[in-house]
Design a protein around this ligand. Structure first.
Ligand code: EPU
Length: 452
């Protein structure tokens, strides 16, 4: 059950118009903060958004003796790791369930302290989200892992040594685990079937600035030659292409026009192609991208999510809301997370027609086809959406509910909005700046949510 302060009233039917700014990528910034742990000198990270994932990592770094302070420019953090120390297990455990980033502390802490404690992880409920690849990777480097009730205890009694690793799937987090462990490991590490998302390239840039030796081949192979010591870095985080696409989808679904300052074409090319196929318009300049609905009907499309350079899974949920307004049958095949389409049941409650299937529809067969997961969708549109009581299921699903509520006629009560703060900086101010009619309900006026 959500708390009253966690509910937003959204009066829909008004196009979103105006300008917002995206800052550093949620899926890079916390990892670059962890990388600072590997250095022998302070690091400066710029373009840091004020989101919960950043606050969680900041807290965990501070528990380990890293001094984190504000730099000269807004959104700049100075991370000083010169006094890294063991943290109290109970204090670390207070962060259990808060995020998935703590798993990436393993390699850096093993290098710095010879041991690490990792609490239970959080993150969005969009599939099983196992961490087996991470532990396989760490064992290959020479770590021992003791799983106990309160979390995982790791040690590296003989240090960490470079190795050959082939990932079963190009997992983003596991690739980052390898990078953050291999840079100070003894010898060469060769990682095949690596993820190559733009946020990973940016993490490699951070590590290279610190003194690491990392090369990327064209075939998802990354080679890392371990070095004895790393320094600090000064780095401006790449902008959040996932947040930018969320606002683009909001412009399309509400028939609006949003200039996303900070959005970059290079990391969004696949999204931009799809946006154009659906019928959305955009214009790119040096500072950002303007997205708008050009009028007339939108087109149904076939969409398959994939690892980069494919269509990013985090773009899927917001765009599906816009697809409810397209004419005809759209097919969506989610191949990265087995349960990332559950959010559509609330859209149906609002008037959308979305049917889920266990089969791989519309494209190639994926890992989930034989495993009974509802991971394909047929969206039949256009459908008028009506306001409803909505309970936010996960970060991107939550933002999608906001888009749907804004596109709908009438008022929606959106419960659990605090989850959105995990990855969308200042989203309520941004919405108001775009002309959205939103309000926090009065304390005495809030009924319990109708949807569990
Ligand atoms: N997987 C395993 N075992 C593992 C690790 C992953 O089976 O040990 C599977 C996952 O279950 C999933 C697939 O591999 O089916 C891909 O997972 P990946 O490791 O790539 O995801 P992640 O690192 O946990 C990051 C982002 C996600 C984003 C994915 C894919 C962060 C903090 N999270 O997650 O972002 O969807 O990569 O690009 O960087 C979001 O921003 O809303 C979000 C969920």
């Amino acid at each position: 059950m959500t708390d009253i302060a966690d509910v937003l009233l959204v009066h829909g039917g008004t196009p979103l118009e105006g300008e917002i700014r995206v800052r550093g990528a949620k899926n890079l910034v916390p990892k670059a903060m962890v990388a600072a742990l590997l250095g022998s000198e302070p690091s400066r990270l710029r373009n840091v958004p004020d989101i919960r994932d950043v606050r969680v990592v900041r807290g965990l770094l501070q528990l380990h003796g890293v001094t984190v302070s504000s730099g000269e420019e807004p959104g700049e953090l100075v991370l000083d790791p010169t006094r890294v120390e063991s943290a109290n297990v109970a204090d670390i455990d207070a962060h259990a369930g808060s995020s998935r980033i703590p798993i990436l502390f393993c390699g850096p802490l093993l290098h710095r302290l010879g041991h690490a404690f990792i609490p239970g992880l959080g993150g969005c409920d969009i599939g099983g989200r196992p961490i087996d690849f991470h532990f396989d990777v760490l064992r290959r480097f020479g770590a021992t892992i003791d799983k106990r009730a309160d979390g995982q205890y790791l040690e590296a009694p003989r240090g960490l040594r470079g190795c050959k690793i082939q990932l079963p799937y190009p997992s983003v987090g596991s690739t980052e685990q390898v990078l953050l462990t291999a840079v100070l490991a003894e010898g060469v590490t060769e990682l095949t079937n690596a993820a190559v998302e733009p946020e990973i390239e940016d993490l490699i840039c951070v590590l290279q600035k610190m003194g690491a030796i990392i090369s990327m081949d064209t075939d998802r192979t990354i080679r890392i030659t371990g070095v004895d010591k790393l320094g600090g870095y000064t780095h401006r985080a790449i902008p959040d292409r996932l947040e930018a696409a969320s606002w683009a989808s909001a412009a399309l679904a509400t028939e609006g026009n949003i200039y996303v300052r900070g959005a970059q074409q290079r990391s969004m090319m696949t999204f931009l192609n799809t946006f154009r196929k659906v019928g959305g318009a955009f214009e790119i300049d040096d500072q950002g991208i303007r997205f708008w609905h050009p009028g007339g009907p939108l087109n149904a499309i076939a969409l398959e999510t994939d690892v980069h350079p494919g269509f990013q899974t985090d773009w899927q949920q917001p765009l599906v809301v816009a697809l409810t307004q397209a004419s005809g049958l759209s097919i969506v095949h989610e191949t990265v997370y087995e349960s990332r389409l559950g959010f559509t049941s609330a859209l149906n409650q609002m008037g959308a027609h979305i049917q889920l299937y266990r089969e791989c529809l519309g494209g190639s067969a994926c890992r989930f086809g034989q495993r009974n997961f509802l991971h394909s969708a047929v969206v039949s549109g256009p459908t008028k959406l009506q306001g409803a009581d909505l309970v936010i299921p996960d970060l991107r699903g939550g933002f999608s509910y906001l888009i749907a509520a804004l596109a709908a006629q009438g008022t929606s009560r959106v419960h659990g909005i605090d989850l959105i703060n995990r990855g969308y900086e200042n989203f309520m101010d941004k919405l108001e700046g775009l002309g959205a009619h939103i309000e926090l309900p009065r304390k005495d006026a809030e009924p319990a949510p109708a949807v569990a």
